[in-house]
Ligand binder design. Sequence first.
Ligand code: AP5
Ligand code: MG
Ligand code: ZN
Length: 243
Amino acid sequence: MRVAAERDASRYEADGYGVGGDEQGNGRVNIILLGPPGAGKGTQSERLVAERGMVQLSTGDMLRAAVKAGTPVGLQAKAVMEAGELVSDAIVSALIGERMDAGTGTGAIFDGYPRTAAQADALDLLLAERGQTLDYVIELDVNEDALVERIVGRFTCANCGAGYHDTFKTPREEGVCDVCGSTEFKRRPDDNEQIVRTRMAEYRAKTAPIIPIYEARGLVRRVDGMADIAVVTASIETILNEG
Ligand code: AP5
Ligand code: MG
Ligand code: ZN
């Protein structure tokens, strides 16, 4: 278990400056992927990381790594996450700040952050302090009823974190990770129907209300999150190539 936690954490250490970005932040594109549990934030992040050299900053992944490693943050977050509720704004914003300082390649993908109005304010400050801006808020437009099926069928590689689904995205060879060849997989403790309903209620109550803040700033772009995974990626690519 410990090895998996360290590898999860190491995903945040990479810092390549690829096409379109440099150390001064020129050509950088910073985006928020916004959507309820199971909308495809992690799935799409994985593809943007591979194809564009962007860096995924997923507070959910960071918190899960902290829980596994048994850090003070992890000890505080564990029960809250298992109940499907939100971890404190101060904790997640501190995690995001640390990861931003570790470098964000050709741009940051904020996945699952911000989730409250206070976190949206904190992100503005974190970006401003680093002389960066937010370019797009990409909202994955989805049908909540279909998301439960997505979530209960989800599993990931225990070694490299690659994401799969029992029906929608199976490994090419059964039981073997496409990316690293590992044969160990895991499922999240909060991925059962009852907890998913709580997570969705939290999204509706606390996260959806931040969308108008970004709409007022002209940053929101809506993408049909119910389309095939590759079609969703293509729609996001079109937006990123706009500017
Ligand atoms: P987090 O890890 O962020 O979970 P979440 O928001 O509930 O979102 P998920 O990771 O479940 O969904 P996703 O959109 O990434 O979907 P995925 O791509 O995997 O947060 C977990 C917990 O941590 C929270 O409940 C909270 O306690 C805490 N937390 C995290 N951030 C916090 C914050 N900022 N503040 C406070 N607390 C915080 O896709 C799902 C499945 O569907 C996959 O199997 C995938 O293969 C499949 N799939 C994806 N796209 C498609 C498609 N287009 N068609 C068919 N299948 C698809
Ligand atoms: Mg996710
Ligand atoms: Zn793997």
